[in-house]
Design a protein around this ligand. Sequence first.
Ligand code: SAM
Ligand code: DTB
Ligand code: SF4
Length: 322
Amino acid sequence: MKESYAQLEEIYHRPFFDLIAEARRVHQRHWPGREVQLCTLLSIKTGACSEDCGYCSQSAHHHTDLKPQPLMTTEEILPHARAAKENGSTRFCMGAAWKGVRPGDRRFASVLETVREVSKLGMEVCVTLGQLGDDAARQLKEAGVTAYNHNIDTSPEYYPEIVSTHTFQDRLNTIGSVQRAGMQVCCGGILGMGEAVKDRLRMLEVLAGFDPPPESVPINCLVAIEGTPLEGAQPVDIFELVRLIATARLVLPMSKIRLSAGRTSLTKEGQALCLFAGANSIFYGDKLLTTPNPGENEDLDLLETLDLSPLAPHSLAGVPVA
Ligand code: SAM
Ligand code: DTB
Ligand code: SF4
C-alpha cells in the first residue's frame, strides 16, 4: 500500500486503543493464526567494519570492546544452523560486518558455499552482507538465499546524521538489486537514535512505497553500545514502539513485522502489546549479532502465556492471506 506521509501521521496519532484495535483487526485478517516466526541470527564475520554507522558495535570508527573475528568457514557455521533448526527456528540469518560484497571475492565465494549448505537444512536462509550489485545478488539467489536483510534504518533526512560513509540512496540501490534478483527483501530500521517521530513515519512511508512491499520489516530498538556516538541515547518509550508497530501493521499488512533488537530492555507486558499490535516474528536465541537477546526458555514461556506458538517449518501460516 502506498500511504502518503499525512495518512501515516493520521494513523499514528489516533487514540492509542483505537490504533491498536484497528491494527489487531488488520493483523487477524491477513495473519489469522497465532504463530510467531522464530529466527536465529549468527554473526559470521564480526567487527572491523569500514562503515561508521553511529549505532553499531562493529564499526572500526568507534572504540567498542568488541573483538573482531574473521569470516567463519562453512564447517564452523553449519552446527549453528543445525542447532537453530532443532530449537525451532524457521529462519537462519547470517550477518557479516562488511561495507558490501564483490562477486569475485573469495570470501564471498565462501559465503555462497555456506548458503548452499544451510539451504539444504530446509530453513529460510537470510543474509545481511552490506551493499550488493546485481551480479552478487543473482549469485546469492542462485545459491539458495530466501531473503536479504538491508535496513534503511531511519528517514532519508536523518540518515546522514547516523552514517557518513554511505548514503540512503546506496541502501536503496542495494535493495533494488535484491528485488531484481528475486530475493525477498527484509528491510526495517531502528528506533531510539535521537530521531523524531516524523523520521520514524518517513521511514515507514519509504518502506510502504517499495514495490513489492518488503517481505519482512525488522523494528529494532537501539541497543546503546559504549564507545559508539549513540552510547548515551535514551531508551524508546514502549507506547511509541507499540504505536509504530501498529502503524507498520496497517500500512504493511502483508509483511512480517519482526520485533528485533532491544527486547532485553522490554517487559513481558510491553512485548505482549507489540505482538498484539502486529508483530509476528522475533529473533530467538540468547544472542543477536553481538549483543544479548532474551533466553530461549523465557521467549517460549512468553509465547505460551500468550497462547501463541512458534511458526512451524513450511507452514501456510507463514504466508499472509491476501
Ligand atoms: N553490515 C550489514 C548492514 O549494514 O546492513 C549487516 C549488519 S547490520 C549489524 C544489520 C542491522 O542491525 C542494521 O541495519 C541495524 O538496523 C541493526 N543494528 C545494528 N546495531 C544495532 C544496535 N546497536 N541496536 C539496534 N539495532 C542494531
Ligand atoms: C535487523 O534488523 N536486526 C538484526 C538483523 N536485522 C540482522 C540485527 C540486530 C543487531 C543488534 C546489535 C548486535 O547484536 O550487534
Ligand atoms: Fe558495518 Fe553494517 Fe555495522 Fe554499518 S551496520 S558499521 S555497515 S556492520
